[in-house]
Write a protein of this length. Structure first.
Length: 377
């Protein structure tokens, strides 16, 4: 990306951080999705989009910076899982959300209640226990770890037991914000869950996996009904909903307590001029687009950088931009890049843009972009 353009945008970006994120607190979201599988790939892709949008909604609601590690298709592999777990670095006030959707299985000799993830492979050596992910994440200083697997948990001949030892447009109203804060911002500990108990298979439909759909619908119910949310309540309702619709029973373990002393959110500080160029090449394109849509920055300032940002971020003004709903799939609008950026310059109440899908040219500019928009009311 053109560094001069990013340097011009960085002050705007820093101003936008007043509402986009709380400095120093990150929601690390790790998603592995076996979208290549012919039998379940369509359902898994829907889960992938739904969870990626939900993660951005959560981050926006609780004022944390989303840091994403997303792997689908050929990237959903044992090697990439080991790499991201070994290289993950978190701070004491961070939150980790791990989600897997794809095939799962177990050995007759497995002692864990939770399945092994197949991770796009049919080789036993590539399978990875869901509970081992939690064990590795528990070595991180992050205060809260959520591990979810939407996959089967049935015994298959030839699968061996594994070593579990580790080696060190969404609109945000007060209801959803309170619910997400209760679940993510005010807790410490861990939760692990998978879509079916030992010996069961998990159901997936074209609109997504039964377990994932049930979990998202329960979260939405709590968010819109103003109910008091805890992970015990959410998972109990998710288990009942999954069984009602798909006749398999999720298994979960919750070990979470409320943070005793709430940490005050860091106050925004005016950016220093000396920081304008620091790390400018590392700013993600979607972050700059979100900043352009931040109404805390005067419209005239946003319009002034409109053409430069368009040239730096898109391969040409006619690049197709698709805007999708909260499921990450339903297209609600299609625009040219030039119209999309222009609309961002004058939009109101935008909190975040979610980069759902994209293609890029050899200079790292968008040749196609699919986004979901998150607004506040």
């Amino acid at each position: 990306m053109n560094k001069k353009v990013i340097s011009r945008c960085i002050l705007l970006l820093l101003l936008a951080l007043m509402t986009i994120a709380v400095q120093g607190q990150q929601l690390h979201t790790i998603i592995f999705a076996d979208t290549n599988d012919r039998s379940i790939g369509k359902s898994v892709l829907q889960d992938y989009y739904s969870i990626s949008v939900e993660a951005s909604t959560i981050a926006s609601a609780i004022g944390m910076q989303l840091k994403s590690y997303y792997f689908k298709g050929d990237q959903c592999s044992n090697a990439n899982l080991r790499k991201v777990l070994n290289q993950l670095r978190t701070e004491t006030d961070d939150v980790i959300l791990f989600y897997y959707t794809g095939h799962g299985t177990r050995s007759q000799a497995d002692v864990s209640e939770f399945p092994q993830m197949c991770l796009g492979s049919n080789r036993d050596n590539d399978f990875y226990p869901l509970e081992k992910v939690l064990q590795q994440l528990n070595e991180q200083p992050a205060r809260l770890k959520i591990v979810i697997g939407d996959c089967c948990n049935n015994v298959v001949n030839g699968v061996t037991p594994k070593d579990y030892q580790t080696r060190s447009a969404t609109v945000l109203t007060k209801g959803p914000v309170d619910v997400y804060n209760n679940l993510f911002a005010n807790n410490r500990g861990f939760m692990i869950a998978s879509g079916s108990t030992k010996g069961e298979t998990s159901v997936g439909w074209s609109q997504g996996g039964a377990f994932t759909l049930s979990l998202l619908s329960v979260l939405k119910h709590y968010a819109t009904s103003g109910l008091s949310a805890t992970w015990d309540y959410v998972m109990a309702d998710t288990r009942a909903t999954t069984f009602e619709y798909a006749k398999h029973t999720p298994v979960y373990s919750v070990n979470i307590r409320e943070v005793e002393t709430a940490t005050a959110a860091p106050q925004y500080q005016e950016p220093q001029n000396t920081a304008v160029d620091d790390g400018s090449e590392d700013i993600e394109k979607i972050t700059i687009l979100t900043a352009i849509g931040n109404e805390n920055v005067p419209i005239e300032t946003r319009v002034k950088i409109q053409d430069k940002a368009l040239k730096a971020l898109f391969s040409n003004p006619n690049v197709k931009v698709e805007v999708v709903g909260s499921n990450g799939m339903t297209i609600v609008a299609t625009e040219k890049a030039s119209d999309f950026v222009l609309r961002l310059c004058t939009t109101h109440n935008l909190v975040n843009l979610v980069e759902v899908d994209k293609t890029e040219d050899n200079r790292g500019r968008y040749t196609y972009l699919k986004v979901h928009e998150i607004y506040k009311r």
